[in-house]
Write a protein that binds this ligand. Structure first.
Ligand code: ADP
Length: 497
C-alpha cells in the first residue's frame, strides 16, 4: 500500500496538486495558473491541452518536490471546475476546439428560449437545475452546431464529450477510460439525477448523440491506472468529484442535514439532504452530492456571486484596505457597524432573490460614519447573504440547521465567522485544514482502495481549529436581520421594471 494520496485540483484559473499523508497533512503542494481567453464579450474559453499539461506538470512537480515516486502513491483523486465543456477526437486525443468555461454566456439566448418554450419544470424535475447557460448541455450543443461535420462524427463515436475530470481521466489512462462521476454529470443539465443516467428526452431536446457521452459512475470508483509515461509506473485513479461536492465531502458533511460554506471569491453553500433529492421552493439547485458504497447522496446548493470579492472591492476600488486580511483589524477598531448596512450586490443578487439587475448599496451612513464602519458592515453583509441561503435551506429541508462547517480564504476572518454564528444561530466549525476541496478528492480516492476503511476513519482524522458559538439574543438577531432585509428590499425596489 502506498503511503500517500495524490489530489489533483483542477480549478477555474489554476491547476494544483496536493499530496497528503493519511492524517490529511499536506506533504507536497504545487500550483500553476493557466490562460483564460475572452474572444467576445461574455465568452470565456480555455485550452484543454493546456489544462492537461498544466495539471500533469504540477502533479509531476509535487512528486519530485517531496522526493517520492509513483510507488509511494496509493491512489489519485480528482476534483475540478464543474460544467466546463470539452469535445475531443477519440483517435488523436486532440480537442476539436476550445473548452467552453462554465462562466461563458454564449448560449444565454438559447437558454432563455428554452425557458420561454416552457421546459423549466421538466428540466428541473429531471436534473434538479434551473435552465441556464452555466450548465454543460447548451455549451455542448453549441459546439456540435458550430464545428462542421461534428454531429455525424459524434454519432459514430469518433469524438467524445467530457467535463474536466472526464478529460483528465481519459488522458491519464491513455484513452482507456471514458467516464464521469455522478457529481459532475449532475451539472450538465442532461443527466437524470434519479435514474443516474443520461436522459433520453433531454438528449433529444438538445440533439446530443449518446455515443459521445462518458459512462456515469460513483465518485468513489476504480477509474483505471495512469499510463506509465506520466509517473514512471501506473497509479490507480480512484476518486472524482466536482469542486463544491468535493468540499462538502472534505468537510466531512457525510450526513443528512450537514452544511458547508466556502467563503471564496463567491460563496457556495451545500447542504447534504441524504438519499432523496429535495426540490427547493426558493430557487436553490438540487444536485448529486456523491455516489459512494452503492448509495447516492443528494445536496441543495445555493451561492452568492460576491463574497471575498466584496473585500477585494474595498481594497482595490475603494482603497479602504491594503490587503484582504486587514479587513478584520479595521472592522474590530469599532464596536459595531453603527447602523450602516451594505448590500454587496456588485453583480446582481442570486438565490433566494434572483435579481441579476440588482446593484449594491451602502445604507444608513451619517456624519460620524467611518471607513471602519463600512468595512465592518461589508463583512457582516457576507454573513447576511449566507443566512438568507441557510434560511431557504431550512425551509426546504423542514428542520433547523444547527451547525455550519466553513472553508475558503475568507473563513480565516474570525470577526466574520463569529458574526455568522451569531446571525444564523449556528455552531460554526473551522477545521485546521481548510483545503477541503482537495481533501474531499483524496478521501474519495482513499475510500475506494481501503486506505481509509470508512468515513469514521476520516472523521477521526479531522482536527478542529476553532468553534464559534452563537452569542447574541433573539431580539438583537431579529433587529439586525430586519435592517438587512429592508436594505435588500430597497435595492430590489430600485431595479424594479
Ligand atoms: P477562490 O478559491 O475563489 O479564488 P479563496 O478561497 O482563495 O478564493 O479566497 C480568496 C478570497 O477571500 C478573496 O476574495 C479575498 O479577498 C478573501 N479573503 C482572504 N482572506 C480574507 C480575510 N482574512 N478576511 C476577509 N476576506 C478575505
Amino acid at each position: 500500500m502506498g503511503k500517500y494520496i495524490m489530489a489533483l485540483d483542477e480549478g477555474t484559473t489554476s491547476a494544483r496538486c496536493i499530496i497528503y499523508d493519511k492524517d490529511g497533512t499536506e506533504v507536497s503542494v504545487r500550483q500553476r495558473e493557466f490562460k483564460q481567453y475572452y474572444p467576445h464579450d461574455g465568452w470565456v474559453e480555455q485550452d484543454a491541452m493546456e489544462i492537461w499539461s498544466t495539471q500533469m506538470a504540477v502533479a509531476q512537480g509535487a512528486l519530485l518536490q517531496a522526493n517520492l515516486t509513483y510507488r509511494d502513491i496509493e491512489a489519485i483523486g480528482i476534483t475540478n471546475q464543474r460544467e466546463t465543456t470539452i469535445v475531443w477526437d477519440r483517435e488523436t486525443g486532440e480537442p476539436v476546439g476550445p473548452a467552453i468555461v462554465w462562466q461563458c454566456r454564449r448560449t444565454a439566448d438559447y437558454a432563455k428560449q428554452l425557458q420561454d418554450e416552457g421546459y423549466e419544470a421538466m428540466i428541473r424535475e429531471k436534473t434538479g437545475l434551473i435552465i441556464d447557460a452555466y450548465f454543460s448541455a447548451t455549451k455542448l450543443r453549441w459546439i456540435l452546431e458550430h464545428v462542421p461535420g461534428l454531429r455525424a462524427r459524434a454519432e459514430r463515436g469518433e469524438v467524445l464529450f467530457g467535463t474536466v475530470e472526464t478529460w483528465l481521466i481519459w488522458k491519464m489512462t491513455g484513452g482507456r477510460t471514458h467516464k464521469t462521476d455522478y457529481s459532475n454529470a449532475a451539472r450538465t443539465m442532461m443527466f437524470n439525477i434519479r435514474t443516474l443516467d443520461w436522459d433520453e428526452e433531454l438528449l433529444a431536446l438538445f440533439d446530443i448523440p449518446r455515443a459521445m457521452l462518458p459512462k456515469p459512475v460513483p465518485c468513489s470508483y476504480h477509474f483505471g491506472e495512469t499510463i506509465p509515461e506520466l509517473f514512471g509506473g501506473g497509479i490507480p485513479i480512484t476518486g472524482a468529484a466536482g469542486d463544491q461536492q468535493a468540499a462538502l465531502f472534505g468537510e466531512a458533511c457525510f450526513n443528512k442535514g450537514q452544511v458547508k460554506s466556502t467563503y471564496g471569491t463567491g460563496n457556495f453553500l451545500l447542504l447534504n439532504t441524504g438519499e432523496e433529492p429535495v426540490f427547493s421552493s426558493s430557487g436553490l439547485l438540487t444536485t448529486i452530492a456523491w455516489g459512494l458504497d452503492g448509495k447516492v447522496s443528494y445536496a441543495l446548493e445555493g451561492s452568492a456571486f460576491v463574497c471575498g470579492a466584496a473585500v477585494q472591492w474595498l481594497r482595490d476600488e475603494m482603497k479602504l484596505l491594503t490587503n484582504s486580511s486587514e479587513s478584520e483589524a479595521v472592522a474590530r477598531s469599532v464596536d459595531s457597524s453603527d447602523g450602516v448596512t451594505v448590500v454587496p450586490a456588485l453583480t446582481g443578487l442570486g438565490a433566494p432573490y434572483w435579481n441579476p439587475a440588482a446593484r449594491g448599496a451602502i445604507l444608513g451612513i451619517k456624519r460620524s460614519t467611518s471607513r471602519a464602519h463600512v468595512v465592518r458592515a461589508t463583512l457582516e453583509s457576507l454573513a447576511f447573504q449566507n443566512e438568507d441561503l441557510l434560511a431557504a435551506m431550512e425551509k426546504d429541508l423542514g428542520r433547523k440547521i444547527t451547525e455550519l462547517k466553513v472553508d475558503g480564504g475568507a473563513c480565516k476572518n474570525d470577526l466574520l465567522m463569529q458574526f455568522q454564528a451569531d446571525i444564523s444561530d449556528v455552531r460554526l466549525i473551522r477545521h485546521h485544514s481548510i483545503e477541503s476541496t482537495s481533501l474531499g478528492a483524496a478521501y474519495f480516492a482513499g475510500l475506494t482502495t481501503g486506505y481509509y476503511h470508512s468515513t469514521e476513519d476520516i472523521i477521526a482524522n479531522k482536527s478542529v481549529d476553532r468553534v464559534f458559538e452563537p452569542g447574541i439574543t433573539e431580539e438583537e438577531r431579529a433587529v439586525r436581520l430586519d435592517a438587512w432585509h429592508k436594505a435588500v428590499r430597497a435595492v430590489n425596489y430600485l431595479t424594479e421594471i
